[in-house]
Ligand binder design. Structure first.
Ligand SMILES: NC(=O)c1ccc[n+]([C@@H]2O[C@H](COP(=O)([O-])OP(=O)(O)OC[C@H]3O[C@@H](n4cnc5c(N)ncnc54)[C@H](OP(=O)(O)O)[C@@H]3O)[C@@H](O)[C@H]2O)c1
Length: 329
C-alpha cells in the first residue's frame, strides 16, 4: 500500500507513524505530508528518513490511502482532491463526521458499513471513540436511554502547541498560549469553542457522534468536557441509564469479552484505569463499574484511553486495515 500521512509532523501524525510501524502495516511507499512550512523537513519511519512533501505533490502521487490529521479546514479543502485522484481518505478532523454521506467508523462497532465507494471516511472524535466502544455492547444488551458524561481531557488532545504551553508553565517560561488560561494546576471547563446552545463543540461531538455510530437517535446524551493538565489520555465519568435492568457482574463479563476493551475493576487491589497507565496503549480501559443507587437501571463507569492512540491514530489505522482485509482499496 502507498500510504500518505497528512499532518505527519503533528501530535497525531507522529503517533500514526509509530502505530503503522508497530503493527507492521503493509507500507510499500510512505508519503509524509504537512503544510508548506514543513516541506523538505525529514521524518523517520522504520529507521529510514523521508522528506515531507506539500499537499498538491501528495495528491499527484496518488497514494492508495491517505491518513489525514491536519485540522478541519485542511481536510475540507484537500480530502476531496485526494479522493478525486483515487485515494481513499481516512480523516481525523471533525470536517466530515456529521456529513450524512460519510461513514463515521469505530471498526469494532460498524466497519461492516464500509464499501469501496467510501472515498472519504471519518474517524470519530477521541472522547467519543473511547466512550462508544464501551457503550456499544451494553446498548445491544440493555438498551441505553440516557448518558451523562463528564470528561477529564489530556492536553495532548489540543496538539503540539498545548504540550508546549504546559512545558513552558512547568519551567516558568513565558510562551505562546494554546488555551486562554494557564493549564498547569488548573482545570478548564472548555474543550474547543462554544456553540449557540452554550455547550462546547467537544461536548456536542460526544452527543451527535455517539448517536450516529450507534445508529440510534433516541439515546439522550449530555456532556461536560474539561481540559486537565494530563498527558497520558482522556478519562470519562459515564453515567448510563438503561431501559432494562442489569447485573453488574454480567456488565463486567460483557465488557471483558468486548474487543479493544480492558476491564480494570477491583476495589480490593485498588485497580482502576488511569491515564498515566493508559498512555501508549491501544485499548480502552474501564473500571469503577457500579450501580447508580439513586436511580433504577443506571450504571456508573470510569473510562480511560490514550487519545492519540485509540482516540486517533490506532482507530484510523484499524479502519485502513479493515479496508485492506475486505479488499475495499
Ligand atoms: N490530538 C488528538 O488527540 C486528536 C484526536 C483526534 C483527532 N485529532 C485531530 O487531528 C488533527 C491534528 O491534531 P494534532 O493534535 O496532531 O495537531 P498538531 O499537533 O497541531 O498537528 C497539526 C498537523 O497538521 C499539519 N497542518 C496544519 N495546517 C496544515 C495545512 N494548511 N496544510 C497541510 N498540513 C497542515 C501540521 O503541519 P506543520 O507542522 O507543517 O504545521 C501538523 O503536521 C486535528 O484535526 C485534530 O482535531 C486530534
Amino acid at each position: 500500500m502507498r500510504i500518505a500521512v497528512v499532518g505527519a509532523t503533528g501530535m497525531v501524525g507522529e503517533v500514526m507513524l509509530k502505530v503503522l510501524a508497530e503493527r507492521n502495516f503493509p507500507v510499500t511507499e510512505l508519503i509524509p505530508v504537512a503544510s508548506e512550512r514543513s516541506v523538505g523537513k525529514e521524518i523517520e519511519y522504520k529507521g529510514k528518513k523521508y522528506k515531507v512533501v506539500g499537499m498538491q505533490t501528495a495528491v499527484d502521487m496518488k497514494a492508495d490511502i491517505a491518513l489525514f490529521s491536519a485540522g478541519g479546514d485542511t481536510s475540507l479543502e484537500w480530502a476531496p482532491k485526494f479522493a478525486a485522484a483515487g485515494t481513499t481518505v481516512i480523516d481525523n478532523s471533525s470536517a466530515w463526521r456529521m456529513d450524512p454521506t460519510k461513514k463515521l467508523i469505530v471498526p469494532e462497532i460498524n466497519a461492516a458499513e464500509l464499501t469501496a465507494a467510501d472515498k472519504i471516511i471519518a474517524n470519530p472524535n477521541c472522547s467519543t471513540i473511547q466512550m462508544v466502544l464501551v457503550l456499544a455492547p451494553l446498548h445491544k444488551k440493555y438498551n441505553i436511554k440516557r448518558v451523562i458524561v463528564s470528561t477529564y481531557q489530556s492536553i495532548t488532545g489540543t496538539g503540539v502547541k498545548a504540550v508546549q504551553q504546559l512545558e513552558n508553565e512547568y519551567a516558568g517560561v513565558q510562551g505562546e498560549m494554546a488555551y486562554k488560561y494557564p493549564i498547569h494546576r488548573n482545570a478548564i471547563p472548555q474543550c474547543d469553542s462554544f456553540e449557540e446552545n452554550g455547550y462546547t463543540k467537544e461536548e456536542m461531538k460526544l452527543v451527535r457522534e455517539t448517536k450516529k455510530i450507534l445508529s440510534d437517535n433516541t439515546i439522550a446524551i449530555t456532556a461536560t468536557a474539561v481540559r486537565v493538565p494530563i498527558v497520558g489520555g482522556h478519562s470519562e465519568a459515564v453515567n448510563v441509564e438503561f431501559s432494562n435492568d442489569f447485573d453488574v457482574n454480567e456488565v463486567r463479563n460483557i465488557l471483558h469479552h468486548t474487543d479493544g476493551v480492558v476491564v480494570q475493576d477491583n476495589n480490593d487491589t485498588y485497580t482502576y484505569p488511569m491515564p498515566m497507565y493508559a498512555q501508549g496503549k491501544d485499548e480502552v480501559f474501564v473500571g469503577r463499574i457500579r450501580r447508580d443507587e439513586s436511580q433504577e437501571n443506571t450504571l456508573n463507569m470510569w473510562i480511560v484511553a490514550d487519545n492519540l492512540r485509540k482516540g486517533a491514530a490506532t482507530n484510523t489505522i484499524q479502519i485502513a486495515e479493515y479496508l485492506i482485509a475486505a479488499k475495499l482499496v
